[in-house]
Design a protein around this ligand. Sequence first.
Ligand code: 5CA
Ligand code: ZN
Length: 420
Amino acid sequence: MLTWPPPQIPRLPGRGGPVRVRDTSTGELVVAAPGDTATLYVCGITPYDATHLGHAATYIAFDLLVRSWLDAGQRVRYASNVTDVDDPLLERALATGVDWRELAIEQTALFAEDMTALGVVPPDVYTGAVESIPAVAQAVRDLLAAGAAYRVEEPDATGHGRGDVYADLSVDPDLGRVAGLDRKEMLELFAERGGDPARAGKRDPLDPLLWRRERPGEPAWDGGELGSGRPGWHIECAVIARDGLGLPFDVQGGGVDLRFPHHEMSTSHARLLDAGQGARIHVHAGMVGLDGEKMSKSRGNLELVSRLRTQGEDPMAVRLAILAHHYSCDWDWTEGDLKLARAQLDRWQRAVSGNGGPDATATLAAVRSALATDLDAPAALTAVDAWADDALRTGGTAEAVIGAPGVISRTVNALLGIRL
Ligand code: 5CA
Ligand code: ZN
């Protein structure tokens, strides 16, 4: 799948230190990627509706991680997916009378435009679910052969689906390590988030679907001995991450709604495929709400990046409004936040407009250190605000350091993705 054009990232004087993030499995602050090459997998969109502020906030959070790694002199390999065939997409296409492929193509293109406008660094490996089907079908056959999966022969409620394949979680002693939930919590979330605990014939209600046999009116692909069908959701991300990054990789990320079951199950699949480890750590972004409720396509309470763009909003103000919140918190999008961000952007632009200004060395260090400590964007903004206030107060006085505004401008561009 084609990505969007990468933003220019200016070089900064010196180099950032190791980047630490909070691993949601342990709650510990840990070095995100100890090696020379940092590897990251971030769960991509299901393209049935345009990018809302919640999606944007999640991708911007991981964009900060990529930018800090690059600043620390690490190579970065970043993989992501597009869930371009799945139940919600097929349901939306059916409800609106659009071909599901067209819906996916249109929304994936809009997402790319939104990401470009917001200055998000594109993934190096970008794979659609449909593209990954041969590899996923092979992985399902491998899991069956290894005794880590089984066929369910009982028909489901529609009377079809004989031979759907499920993962056998009982063969994975490490299941539960990602989200750390008790069984009751797991069962509740599994039912809420796309699982089918009541499906007859499963060995355990939590066992997740790996391969769904063809149903009338649904797209299907040749799965060899699996029969025609389509992949389950979690195995898609396990296989795309494995093939794009190799196992284990450093960080698996996404919104906190994916912690369970999606990341728990995809990590389990990856572990069993490799007889080793999936992601070393997991990092989750908080949920962005609107009017006190989680912003979600299914609820329809959305603020879309594309709508704001069409209204003539500067995407950099949108990005700044997002950066004002720590990525790990849940927060609500408000028009007030956007107003503040516009004013902040204007102040920063005026502050960097001269040749000279207050020395930028300490500000660069403060921005680096804030981001290297669990991607603390609000603290980084405070440091830049302090420099901008100083610059605007003192103007081009005698103590001004020639070139300092340029350093600040490059700092916010390279590390925060804000083009002034
Ligand atoms: N395609 C799957 C992942 S494999 C999926 O969850 N797609 S999505 O379109 O629903 O979400 C895309 C990304 O945005 C995911 O990382 C998800 O966790 C995140 N996300 C969804 N809603 C919100 C929200 N309200 N706030 C923050 N992040 C969100
Ligand atoms: Zn995923």
